[in-house]
Design a protein around this ligand. Structure first.
Ligand SMILES: Cc1ncc(C[n+]2csc(CCOP(=O)(O)OP(=O)(O)O)c2C)c(N)n1
Ligand SMILES: [Mg+2]
Length: 889
């Protein structure tokens, strides 16, 4: 028998009632599938007849899974409730106590209090730590619910009381617990940094997709493994949260489950006070092709809904907005009776025999294990696409007067009375005095609760979360493997980008490492001349190529393959970065050391997706970011929004990121080879950001003995040709090295000034080296001071330095503490312009003429060159001293 109508009819619409009756008969006699066919046919007919049928993505505001289709709960409900209560208590007590001890140290209790059931059902029944010899499910936890995750790990015996006592005290003698999920800080525990809102959901989508990529390429076994992402309802406002959801349905990612903790509140107040977040998300995700499961009402509502013959209860449920739902849980049973049920006589009657207390305890779906279990059960069985579970919960559940209040997110401490009330509500078996002191409590190892927990986790393959790093270390190909890149271009004009692409092609052919390379590109492959790789290794397409590409008879046709190797992500740097993250952390998450190379317009990297890059570093990701079309003056024509002269500043802020600005293809080869060795052979947790330019010029053959300098950040490229030592030194990086070399010739030929030219491949690495040496020196006043690499290299090289870069002056100025007084810095501060390189470099004063003029000027100031001659040189070199400062132009 189908469920009775749950929506109220207008009494005069007899016609509708008749239609519904007829429809009910069809469903009764022929089943729901037939009912669906009938509706489909009717709506098609309506469209044909010109009837404008509304597109409807919302189903009634009730649970998606009808009671009649629920499966019974497989666990011991009473036992699991006791365990959950213990987790709740320990999470809350830990945060509370720490804030009493150290006011202002922070932490959250209201988020986990709303999430506890959603997580506990997962921990007890769904989250697999392993599938045979393969790693298990991946869980992206809501970041600020971490106290609950710690509390469970404490009960499991994985974390000690000392660690709990040092929650948010990470710098004490006994190491404590990090505020949020940070693999950098707790590398055996957390896998995914999630606390920057929005990064978890989008990362989870691409993780699920990358899992399929690895499976389809035969690099890992196929398993029923899932990616679970627990997300706040407020968090869904972040563009990243919903930005890639169609990828998940397009790719049929049935290994992906989103669980949105719809506690109706964010930090300041209601998420959708005037609407309903569950409906909004239902429509968005349904429209995007997801399987949507709403878990709104707990089992205690079932009987009421069953008795609601008029449909007025569902009508009331539908018309209330979230601001009202929040108030219902912030007040009391009498309020709910009056304001919710009391609106209509029909609904008031439904609860006439219930006490206020019973009304108060009508539970929300996301807090009812039975409903949550059923949602998860369906989700894991669903095939053909991703599932989202919209679970309605209560923020600050059980926190007395803080429950469902706008200020609950900031709640860190409770009153002693509230602690005792909490203890009572959740039956925590400790005396009130201990409750007042917020002592943590763990039953003995052989208590039924602990034994039950351990058994459940053992059956699911072990504890969660956990991060265990074990992967085969790679033997890095020797530098000679990239012989082509080292040989120079024999006079042919080549860009470092072209050089990189041919290196990548070579690497893709490597017998052992080749298959581990993951080229990632956000719709810029042609910009970077990477079409040749399309054909070579194919573009990953989970369904293969369902069409004949129009260019199939061309050599470099657009080849899509089920086991294609390239991730052509479309125009999404954020999505590409998530693929980069999934691939760059694959060594830890899958035991397969994938080597991602993500090339993009450098302007759209760090400043656009810097937070994802930061999270990548936290997650101990490895790989190569390639900032293509780099340099404010090298990328000609594109103008202000494209010309990047500052990403090297941004990249310098990421501790594990090694930033490089190479000028020659052999430099790129040395950096990449060394990077492969350090990351994948030595196992260092670092990654690389390498600038690539699109200016063509002849690439020289690699001179002998420069490898160390390239890797450490500087080496001499061309000494002056005079007999005496150079009187000045020109530093150049990337494309601007050519300007420095041209300036060297100008200075020698026109002004008789001898200059040495140096390629500075990384100011940032030089700075880091110098900082480390400085630190050692101040800490060891009695010992012989050590020398920073930059000083060692410049030993014997006297005279001023003109440092020119296609990036902001702040890039070379990173060395100011060590060579500042000698240095004149030229760089590209200010907004870009659309023009050609010649004009751009003159505008930004980084052309050879400006470098030469700056050199003469500095020598004149130092008394080493005639001032008048220097002034005259400005005119000769076409350097206009009256023009506006480009930094402000
Ligand atoms: C990008 C970003 N912006 C702001 C914050 C600060 N913040 C932490 S939690 C929170 C509210 C979260 O609300 P919701 O997602 O609904 O989670 P709930 O705590 O209600 O479960 C905010 C704004 C953050 N962590 N990340
Ligand atoms: Mg919320």
């Amino acid at each position: 028998m189908h469920a009775k109508p749950k929506f109220a009819l207008e009494p005069d619409l007899q016609e509708i009632a008749e239609w519904i009756e007829a429809f009910d008969q069809v469903v009764d006699q022929d089943g729901t599938a037939q009912g669906a066919r009938l509706l489909e046919a009717l709506s098609r007919r309506a469209r044909e007849a010109g009837v404008d049928t509304p597109v409807q993505f919302n189903t009634p505001y009730v649970n998606t899974i009808p009671v009649s289709e629920e499966v019974p709960y497989p666990g011991d409900r009473a036992m699991e409730r006791r365990i959950k209560s213990l987790v709740r208590w320990n999470a809350m007590a830990m945060v509370h106590r720490q804030n009493k001890k150290d006011p202002g140290i922070g932490g959250h209790i209201s988020t986990f209090s709303s999430l506890a059931t959603l997580l506990e059902v997962g921990f007890n029944h769904f989250f697999h730590a392993k599938y045979g010899d393969e790693p298990g499910d991946f869980v992206y936890f809501q970041g600020h619910a971490s106290p609950g995750v710690y509390a469970r790990a404490f009960l499991e015996g994985r974390l000690t009381i000392d660690q709990l006592n040092n929650y948010r005290h990470e710098l004490r003698d006994t190491p404590g617990l990090s505020s949020y999920p940070h693999p950098w800080l707790m590398s055996n525990f957390w896998r995914f940094p999630t606390v920057s809102m929005g990064l978890g959901p989008i990362s989870a989508v691409y993780q699920a997709r990358f899992m399929r990529y690895l499976e389809n390429r035969g690099l890992i076994k196929k398993t029923p493994r899932k990616v679970w992402a627990f997300i706040g309802d407020g968090e869904t406002d972040e563009p990243e949260s919903l930005g890639s959801i169609t990828l998940a349905s397009r790719e049929k990612l049935d290994n992906l489950i989103f669980v949105v903790n719809c506690n109706l509140q964010r930090l300041d107040g209601p998420v959708r006070g005037n609407g309903k977040i569950i409906n909004e998300l239902e429509a968005a995700f349904k429209g995007a092709g997801w399987n949507v499961i709403k878990v709104i009402w707990g089992s205690s509502w079932d009987a009421l809904l069953e008795r609601d013959k008029t449909g007025m209860l569902v009508k009331r449920m539908e018309e209330c907005v979230d601001g009202e739902y929040q108030a219902f849980k912030a007040k009391d049973g009498a309020f709910v009776r009056k304001e919710f049920f009391g609106k209509y006589p029909e609904t008031a009657k439904l609860v006439e025999n219930m006490t206020d207390d019973e009304i108060w305890h009508l539970q929300r779906g996301g807090l009812d294990p039975q409903k949550v279990y059923n949602a998860y059960y369906r989700a894991v069985q669903h095939t053909g696409g991703p599932t989202i579970i919209l679970a309605k919960t209560i923020k600050g559940y059980g926190l007395s007067s803080a429950q469902a209040r706008n200020a609950t997110h900031q709640e860190k401490k409770m009153t002693e009375e509230a602690m005792v009330a909490f203890r009572k509500q959740f039956d925590i078996p400790i005396p009130d005095a201990e409750a007042k002191d917020a002592l943590n409590y763990r039953p003995a190892d052989d208590s039924p609760e602990i034994k039950y927990m351990q058994k459940r986790r053992a059956e699911l393959g072990g504890y969660m979360p956990w991060r265990h790093v074990e992967y085969p270390k790679l033997e890095t190909p020797p530098l000679e493997f990239f012989a082509e890149s080292l040989a120079g271009s024999k006079g042919r004009g080549v860009s470092t980008t072209m050089g990189y692409v041919s290196m990548l092609r070579t690497l893709l052919k490597h017998p052992t490492i080749g298959k581990l390379v993951v080229p990632i590109v956000p719709d810029e492959a042609r910009t970077f001349g990477m079409e040749s790789i399309f054909r070579q290794v194919g573009i990953y397409a989970s369904q293969g190529q369902l069409y004949k590409p129009h260019d199939q008879d061309m050599l470099l046709y657009y080849r899509e393959e089920k086991d294609g190797q390239i991730l052509e992500e479309g125009i999404t740097e954020a999505g590409s970065m998530c693929s980069f993250t999934a691939a760059g952390c694959s060594y830890a998450n899958y035991g397969v050391p994938m080597i991602p190379f993500f090339i993009y317009y450098s302007m759209f990297g760090f400043q656009r997706i810097g937070d994802l890059i930061w999270a990548f570093a936290d997650a101990r990701g490895k790989g190569f970011l390639l900032g293509g079309t780099a340099g404010r003056t090298t990328l000609a024509g594109e103008g202000l929004q494209h010309q990047d002269g500052h990403s090297l500043i941004l990249s310098s802020t990421v501790p594990t990121c090694a930033s490089y600005d190479p000028a020659y293809v052999y430099e790129v080869a040395v950096i990449v080879q060394d990077g492969l060795r350090r990351m994948y052979q030595e196992g260092e947790d670092r990654f690389y950001y390498i600038m690539l330019y699109n200016e063509d010029y002849p690439m020289p053959e690699m001179p002998k003995g420069v490898e160390e300098g390239i890797v450490r950040g500087i080496y001499k490229v061309k000494a002056s040709e005079g007999k005496k030592p150079a009187t000045i030194h020109l530093f150049g990086s990337g494309s601007i090295l050519n300007e420095a070399l041209r300036a060297q010739t100008i200075l020698a030929e026109k002004y008789g000034v001898q200059a040495d030219v140096w390629s500075v491949t990384s100011y940032n690495e030089l700075r880091r080296d110098a900082l480390a040496v400085e630190r050692w020196n101040w800490m060891h006043p009695a010992e012989k001071p050590k020398t920073p690499y930059i000083h060692k290299v410049l030993e014997g090289a006297e005279g001023p330095i003109v440092a020119a870069s296609d990036f902001m002056k702040a890039v070379p100025d990173q060395l100011a503490p060590w060579i500042g007084p000698r240095m004149v810095t030229l760089g590209t501060d200010g907004f870009g312009r659309s023009d050609n390189r010649e004009h751009l470099r003159r505008h930004f004063e980084v052309n050879a003429e400006s470098i030469a003029a700056a050199a003469l000027s500095r020598l004149a100031r130092d008394g080493k060159f005639d001032v008048k001659k220097a002034q005259k040189a400005f005119g000769e070199l076409n350097v206009n001293v009256d023009k506006k400062d480009p930094a402000w132009a």
